[in-house]
Design a protein around this ligand. Sequence first.
Ligand code: SAH
Length: 220
Amino acid sequence: MAGNKLAGIGMTSQRTRDRLIARLRDEGIEDERALEVMRTTPRHIFVDEALASRAYEDTALPIGYGQTISQPYIVARMTEVLLGGGQCNKVLEIGTGSGYQTAVLAQLVDQVYSVERIPELHARARKALAEMHIRNVRFQLSDGSWGWKQFAPYDGIIVTAAPEQVPEELLAQLADGGRLVIPSGSANAQRLRLISRNGESFSETLLDWVSFVPLIKGEN
Ligand code: SAH
């Protein structure tokens, strides 16, 4: 088994993952589909080998280039909120990062479109998802604050970096009845929001206080 990163040995064992899931449940995550997908998704392949032993702690970890893989609680929470509205087949993700959130979503919806601005992260995430034999994801290297117009509208849009204000373009690319889950605010006062579209009107629900890396305009 040497060299098989998916095998999951030692600190990356199934038991370690099960403990993480129990913790997410304790923290209030209720979506069983999301929990089951997270139970079987190997988070350690999305971080550097030196950090693999910490991959099942409920914490964000550095992935290089000043970015982080989101905390498992946040991944679970955003997934649960995104899918909480019923039918959600087509999802746009802004901020691929490590690709972990992408992999979780890809196992829960038909098609994921994921945008990242840092070439190295974009390439690494593609590789990790290929390793997991996940094929229903399209990746794009660009500034995601403009969304990804070509495939709009989306039933769900998830943004994993925080802008100060919600980009108008993302609202425009939301399908009728669609849901946008996005952190926004200033660096030390970000709030996770659910924005739901109903025809031409949008309603906002304020959720958890969070701490995300900033959404940066422009390609890298
Ligand atoms: N869900 C990812 C989170 C990574 S951190 C994970 O769990 O691994 C947020 C990511 O958003 C970073 O990779 C960062 O480069 C990216 N990002 C920031 N601004 C962006 C923009 N304007 N367009 C696309 N990606 C962006």
